[in-house]
Ligand binder design. Sequence first.
Ligand code: SF4
Ligand code: SF4
Length: 79
Amino acid sequence: MALNITTLEEVLGMCICMTCPSWVNCGEKGGYCAAAIGKSTCIHEEKGCLCRSCPAFKNAGLKHTGFCTKGSENEQLKM
Ligand code: SF4
Ligand code: SF4
């Protein structure tokens, strides 16, 4: 992933997953696009994805979406 942002903390700070219709609150913090996090353990159904509006998405030049159910950017790049 062509990351301009460097730390997971920064990704988590920008993440807007908790405002997404797909969000399920099970104590996770979002940041599913990051390789260190990847798929959610509790979100199983995508009901819309806000990732394209997220600052981290633009900042990192991400191409994929739906990271919570499909896996991190790196995982999806391998598909
Ligand atoms: S791109 Fe999506 S998963 Fe990644 S930080 Fe933003 S809202 Fe969260
Ligand atoms: S990764 Fe996308 S679909 Fe999943 S919770 Fe975050 S914004 Fe919603």
